[in-house]
Each structure stands twice: as structure tokens, then as C-alpha cells.
Design a protein around this ligand. Sequence first.
Ligand code: F6R
Length: 245
Amino acid sequence: MEVIVTPTPETAASAAAQAVLAGLPAGKPPVLGLATGSSPLGLYAELAAAAAAGRVDFSAAKGFALDEYVGLPAGHPQSYRQVLIHEVCDVIGLPLTGLNVPDGTGATDAALEAGAAAYDAAIREAGGVDVQILGIGANGHVGFNEPGSSLSSRTRVKRLAAGTRRDNARFFADDADVPTHCITQGLGTVLDARRLVLIATGSAKAAAIAAAVEGPLSASCPGSILQWHSDAVVVVDETAAARLS
Ligand code: F6R
């Protein structure tokens, strides 16, 4: 695992974007794994600048979301499909036809589970993810794989941890509106990507980064799976690096 410590969130975004670009294949459209959340926004802006400068072309790219809420109606502004349309597709020029998001609208558990299995199949059919962009939760979660998640898990339905629902309540009018379940790529699915690039900034992430980078490889910190990957890059600013030895 490569760990890059940079002075500021802005320099972290720039370094993370370089790590993403360096992992993209030459001569074929890229397949990106896409995280939502605050952490990668600067990285996406840097990728947009690289595309505008002609250093990369996302016009035939495919994107695979890390996760999606269960139970939000199609088109809900806080669904991750809508968030990714606005924060990634519109920004870097990834076509809407290339955007793949787990289907959280299934009416039954069986329909949701079938959608989750179909999602893993779609990633395989696309030839796998070239670079998976990741954030990390303060409790070490990756995607919506909360502590205790199986290290070999595939895309599946999960209940959201109470703390994660509290963290995400800021995006909803009322706490009760925050979905209780999600569909998330499993940790095994994430590990299948050819390169992982995780970006974290701010002191709230310092403990999670220390556990992910220097703690044991353990389901108690899902972010520690990056230690298991042969091409993982962790980019942090100085405040998120504060508890690294
Ligand atoms: C996002 C995701 C989450 C976030 C994590 C950090 O698709 O799956 O794991 O990456 O919660 O969120 P931010 O970046 O908002 O601190």
C-alpha cells in the first residue's frame, strides 16, 4: 500500500487524481468505481480539469457506484444515482448511459438481492473496475460495509449503522427520512478492482486512517482491506494523517 501525505485537502485531491489517472488503461475507455460523499469532490474536480486539458477522456467511460440507498423512489435527489449524475457525470463528462448504480427500488427482499447479484455480474461483464475511488467513514467503513462486514462479501443489502444514518441525516429534511437499508458493493467486490485510491481529509478521519493503514487487517476496520490489495493508494492531508506513526 502506498500512503501519500499532503499538506492540505486541495493537494490531497490533486495527488489522488494523479493516482487515479496513473491507474487508467491506455487505449481503451476507463472503468471507474465511484464513491459519493464529501471526500472525493475535489478529486472529481481535478479529473474534470484533466479531461478539459485533454489528458483523459471519459466520454466512453463506465462508472460503477459503490452503493445506493434502498427504498428511495427513482429520481429522489438524495439517491446516489442522482448525486453521481450531478457530482460526477456532469463534472467529468462520464455519459449517463455509462453510469451503473445498484437498484435500490426493488419491492421485495428477493428483488433487491437479485439486483445486487446482477450488479456484480455487470461489473464482471464490463471487464472489472480499473480504479475504485473510495472514501472512509469515521468508524472505518468502506462503501456501506460497516465494521463487522465480511472481508470477502459481494454486493448485497445491508442495514445502515445508527452512526452512519446520523452522519447522512444532513442530506435529508428529517432524520426519519434517512433510509434504514442500502445496497453496497461488498469488500470482496471492492478488492476485485485493479487499483484502489482512497482519499481522506480532516481530523475526523484520523483514527480510521490509522486503523486502516497501521492496524490489523480486520473486519473491525473495513478500510484495512486496502492492506490486502496489491495496488492500493491512500491519500490523506496532514490532519487525517495525524495518528499515523
Ligand atoms: C460513499 C460511501 C461512503 C463514504 C464515507 C465517507 O459512496 O460509500 O463509504 O465514502 O462515508 O463519506 P464522506 O466522504 O462524506 O466523509
